[in-house]
Design a protein around this ligand. Structure first.
Ligand code: AMP
Length: 251
């Protein structure tokens, strides 16, 4: 059984995002980039399935600039077997629909039984690619997975939904997207990092698949979140009540 895992290179979750002057976007100069955390969970899940004998091959695919190869190498170090890099120009914003179309082409060529994506990329927070890919393929989808269990020709996906959990049985081939509680990804060991450098990595271009990646949306403006005003310490309950009445206007 083959598993395809799309992995995106995003600004590291520890980095404080800086907005470019004029609100024209995010400043990416000298910013630490990493694999999208939900994609690390997806790779980990694929590797655990393989370790239990449920998969024969894991293919990691990334769409992005030349440096996206580092992200693929991380996936290879965690345990993926080979990588596919679809190179896009530096600075190009590739929207979820274009990513889903490219992934569909990869699925058509690779014929995986399962595609495991992150539920969302932490840079654009779109939460669209997995659903769009399932739609384009006409495959069943199990999104926000907190548990994945393989069965004969099908996959049981436990999903985090409002107020509880829901378990779906999907006939494979299927699309699954990962939620935070699915697993805790391992840190790749040094030997595995070294070994990953020797694993095969194929490079393609969007044109090879006939997919137009030109944006369909125009970002009007990007702004920082408004900063919270500092709190004040009051000396008595009476003062607090007074402030709630006169300043906050909530009493
Ligand atoms: P999004 O819909 O942008 O929130 O992304 C959801 C998931 O789609 C991510 O967690 C990745 O698994 C996958 N994905 C999105 N963009 C890319 C990309 N450029 N390359 C590879 N996978 C991607």
């Amino acid at each position: 059984m083959k598993i395809l895992v799309p992995v995106k290179r995003v600004v590291d979750y520890n980095v404080k995002i800086r907005v470019k002057p004029g609100g024209t976007g995010i400043d990416l100069a000298n910013v630490k980039m990493s694999m999208n955390p939900f994609d690390e969970i997806a790779v980990e899940e694929a590797v655990r399935i393989k370790e239990k004998g449920g998969s024969s091959e894991i293919v990691a695919v990334s769409i992005g600039p030349a440096k996206a190869q580092e992200t693929i190498r991380t996936a290879l170090a965690i345990g993926a077997d080979r990588g596919i890099h679809i190179e896009t120009p530096d600075g190009a914003l590739v929207e979820p629909l274009a990513v889903a179309k490219l992934l569909k082409s990869v699925v058509d060529a690779e014929k995986p039984d399962l595609v495991i994506l992150g539920k969302q990329a932490i840079d654009d927070d779109c939460n669209q690619t997995g659903q769009m890919l399932a739609g384009l393929l006409g495959w069943p989808q199990g999104t926000f997975a907190s548990k994945v269990v393989l069965d004969e020709g099908s996959v049981h996906v436990t999903r985090e939904v409002d107020g509880g959990l829901e378990t779906l049985k999907l006939k494979m081939p299927a699309v699954v997207t990962t939620d935070l509680r699915l697993n805790e990804p391992r840190y790749p060991s040094l030997p595995n990092i070294m070994n990953a450098k020797k694993k095969p990595l194929e490079t393609k271009k969007p044109d090879d698949f006939g997919v137009d990646i030109a944006p369909r949306l125009k970002v009007q403006n990007t702004t920082e979140p408004t900063t919270r005003k500092a709190g004040v310490r009051v000396d008595s309950v009476a003062e607090l009540v007074e402030k709630l009445k006169t300043e906050a206007g909530v009493l």
